[in-house]
Design a protein around this ligand. Structure first.
Ligand code: TZP
Ligand code: MG
Length: 206
């Protein structure tokens, strides 16, 4: 994948936004988000047919705006709805056991630090997500922050592998991530909870 594709990576599930999630997602795509991930989590997460329907609608929107559509964790869902890729964490399914559907798809892996990097086979990984860079309220088990020093360190260890920063990124600190080795920033709350989603997206791109 091109590293520019990671520039502004919006991650969202149905319960990260107030109001209609599909309208919010469409607005972000329309205003220039470069990659989208469906991350459906929590006690009130959609399941079964409702989740498939939601993911299918998102897939159509992403195609309309020519933005890659990535599914978090759920390889069956990704394949069912024809997603462009999957994002896996350290405790998710092993990349080596993914079905052939993913052979030509985008594979992202969360790699927090040097220890996780040593434990990970990144040979078939298209990009890594590293963080949390800053404190976050969007993931209970995100662990301690790695700071921009963590990003810099990761960049020095992974060479040219595309890398996106995650965790607590907002309009004040996103440039720091880009200056310290990240090819892009991935965000939930700074976009999902913005009053004016379109304007917020544009502000991250300048
Ligand atoms: N992984 C590490 S931090 C995080 C994830 C999914 C949450 C990012 O959300 P926010 O609201 O942008 O801090
Ligand atoms: Mg996961």
């Amino acid at each position: 994948m091109k590293r520019e594709t990671l520039r502004l990576y919006f991650i969202c599930g149905s319960n990260n936004v107030e109001g209609d999630p599909l309208s919010v997602i469409e607005s972000t795509l329309m205003h220039g988000v470069t990659m989208f991930q469906l991350r459906e989590k929590g006690a009130d997460a959609l399941k079964g047919e409702a989740l498939i329907d939601f993911a299918t609608e998102i897939g159509s929107l992403c195609r309309k705006y020519n933005v890659p559509f990535i599914v978090n964790d759920d390889t069956v869902l990704a394949e069912t709805v024809g997603a462009d890729g999957i994002h896996l964490g350290q405790d998710d399914q092993q990349i080596a056991s993914l079905s052939s559907y993913f052979d030509d798809k985008i594979i992202g892996l969360s790699v927090r630090d040097q220890i996780e990097l040593e434990q990970s086979d990144v040979s078939n990984v298209d990009y890594i997500g590293t963080g949390p860079v800053f404190p976050t309220n969007s993931k209970d088990d995100a662990g301690s922050t790695i700071g921009v020093e963590g990003l810099k360190e990761m960049r020095s260890r992974i060479g040219e592998l595309p890398m996106v920063a995650i965790g607590g990124i907002n309009s004040e600190n996103f440039s720091l991530c880009l200056e310290n080795g990240a090819d892009g920033v991935s965000l939930i709350s700074a976009i999902a909870e913005a009053k004016d989603v379109g304007r917020t997206v544009v502000s991250f791109l300048s």
